[in-house]
Design a protein around this ligand. Sequence first.
Ligand code: NAG
Ligand code: NAG
Ligand code: NAG
Ligand code: NAG
Ligand code: NAG
Length: 751
Amino acid sequence: MQALRSFFMCLFFLFSLLRISAATALGTITPSGYIRDADTLVSVGGSYELGFFSPGKSKSRYLGIWYTDSTDAVVWVANRETPLGDSSGLLKLTEQGVLVLLNSSNNIVWSSNSSTIAGNPVSQLLDSGNLVVQDGKETNPDNFLWQSFDYPCDTYLPEMKLGWDLVTGLERYISSWKSTDDPAPGEFSMRMDLRGLPQILIMKEAKIQARIGSWNGLYWTTIGYGEPNPISGSEFVMNKDEVYFEKRPRNMSVFSRYVLNPLGVAENFTWVYQTQSWELSYTFQADQCETYALCGPFSSCSFKSSSTICACLKGFVPKSLKDWNSRYWSDGCVRRTPLACSDGDDFITYSGIKLPDTSTSWFDKRMSLKECKGLCLGNCSCTACANLDIREGGSGCVLWFGNLIDIKEFTSGGGQDLYIRVAASELDHVKKRSNFNKRKLLAILLSSAVFLMGLLIVGIILYKQKKKLRNEGHRRKDCSDEYLGEDGEEIELPLFDLTTIAKATDNFSSCNKLGEGGFGPVYKGTLIGGKEIAVKRLSKNSGQGMREFKTEVILIASLQHRNLVKLLGCWIQKDEKILIYEFMPNKSLDFYIFDQEGQKLLDWPKCFHIISGVARGLLYLHQDSRLRIIHRDLKCSNILLDDNMNPKISDFGLAKTFGGDQSQANTNRVVGTYGYMSPEYAADGTFSMKSDVFSLGVILLEMLSRKKNRGFRHPDHDHNLLGHVSITNEVMIFYFKKKSELDGALRSTVF
Ligand SMILES: *[C@@H]1O[C@H](CO)[C@@H](O)[C@H](O)[C@H]1NC(C)=O
Ligand SMILES: *[C@@H]1O[C@H](CO)[C@@H](O)[C@H](O)[C@H]1NC(C)=O
Ligand SMILES: *[C@@H]1O[C@H](CO)[C@@H](O)[C@H](O)[C@H]1NC(C)=O
Ligand SMILES: *[C@@H]1O[C@H](CO)[C@@H](O)[C@H](O)[C@H]1NC(C)=O
Ligand SMILES: *[C@@H]1O[C@H](CO)[C@@H](O)[C@H](O)[C@H]1NC(C)=O
């Protein structure tokens, strides 16, 4: 135990060392000053820092801007394509107001572009993360000589303009890094397309990968819902000089960043002070329907139904029925009845829709919906129309010509109305209904009102009963309750459909099997678009019943921490239960520490990084998450490693939640793994945070000694690793007692 204590003391000591950052405030840069590799420039309010860094495993040096609180979150890089080979880089401001980055032979490696010459140039890092060059004390952004916000890298920050300056032709767009080790522009970019109604696209080189869509006054049309706070200060500006989107900061003490990662996935992170970590608050492209034009023309993509994803729009049929039935959708659908063109057409209204690709659209900001529909019916090639702005009942007009591509149906609310033009004969059933005589209609209305009334009463009774049951603590969950958190609020978890999963894993082929967990096999899968996933298929006769499964889904879906493995989705049907996790390319910790080749890859800095990460993850489970969670099965094989060897705690099948101030509990069912279970848990079934910390201690010992606790052999005795450490420690205490001449200082550093 003593040894454990000293390990923790060591850990805390190292943590506190890390806190002392090497930042030095130099204020601003003037032509007489400079910034060397060892210096950093801190923004006026202290939020951001400019300096030199090496990304990931790279040894090259780059000039960049990051958060003072989170130095590995780099938001901007100057010399993306021209790295420095050594740490002799120097940033200077010339008398003309140009920032230059010099290498050791005084050659310019990177420079800012400012066309106007300043009388009294000053460069300053603003508290928005914007590095600017200004003339004297000029603070009007329009008069900055140069600003880094005009040349974004992979991160969008509030106050940045994303879009075009039509006067100078400057396009401000986000481009992904090549990899986490190389900030040079990668294949993905997020930019504003000016064809038709402007929309934001995610491009893979010159191909559209996904659409974020156009601004409808409240939100991006393809995201389908607004922000929690509608007065968010987001602004979309479209005039003859400029077209851009800008997010205004609501609260300077809240940090959020929007990153296009090297795989082309756009992610929104928010900084959480309590955990000192970034919480992923939103991922674009979370489901397959975000893949551009997955369903082909005139069809819509939906994740609701379990067997089909794509469906033809009403009035349209598959272009090739054979292809369509074999789930080859990209040819799309065609009209069942051709448009009559003059006077013979009408609209079918679709609600809750992600509007189609607007690159072939036409728009007008002032027109009403009625005028808009009239205009569409008057032009034979017009295929659909919608409101441009959905605020205050809707205004403006968007018209589509030709194919309608990339429509999605929102299954969980959100989206907007789209009016699709079809031949009037497709609407015949609607017309027939209007031929009913009025008495009949009245009778129907009356009887349905009575029926609805009855339904309502039954509904209220049922609701009350359910509530009563709930209050008594006897909540009866059915399958639809699977995604409910403990407090009954819904957790947004995408449902993957079985065919997608089967396709991704090559029909659960044994070649893709990653391993066999306690409750069933785990497969590697690749979704369309290349995203890799890990698929845990719970075997039908596994010990993990509905109870453990529910625990795992509910728990992990509500947890968000960089050191916990992320649940991407699930699939449940009677006896098929599947969990989909992010894929961890570097397997689990036990592959390294108990393997001779693996050990070589795990040097002390990496070990320390892993230990700190696991400790942070555990701290989050125990203290910082909404519910206190006891993992109960912490062990090396449950510590997974991502491609940067960041540890992530996995397997929550045995986890238990504790209420507010509960600190321990007992169970009759002692489950876990021998060798990692604390004595009081193994013997009496008592578990608490302490039993998890015990398991963490065993992991630390195993990492440092590179031996398994269980299965440890020593010629002198038959203790396990833990026993061995405690004896050796006793030997040391004995030694210290004898050698009383050793001063107390040394002893206190060891213990
Ligand atoms: C400095 O940059 C110049 C031009 O890019 C290059 O030719 C030179 O080799 C570099 N010097 C060093 C020491 O890297
Ligand atoms: C600087 O200006 C040159 C010429 O106008 C242009 O080719 C280059 O892309 C600009 N660089 C940046 C970083 O804007
Ligand atoms: C900004 O956010 C912090 C933390 O959430 C909060 O304490 C503070 O009151 C907020 N300030 C304003 C002006 O809303
Ligand atoms: C990211 O998400 C947070 C929380 O939902 C939100 O406040 C912020 O505006 C988002 N940032 C961007 C750039 O979308
Ligand atoms: C229909 O709209 C298209 C696209 O705006 C336009 O080129 C064409 O002239 C219009 N046709 C008529 C008859 O107005």
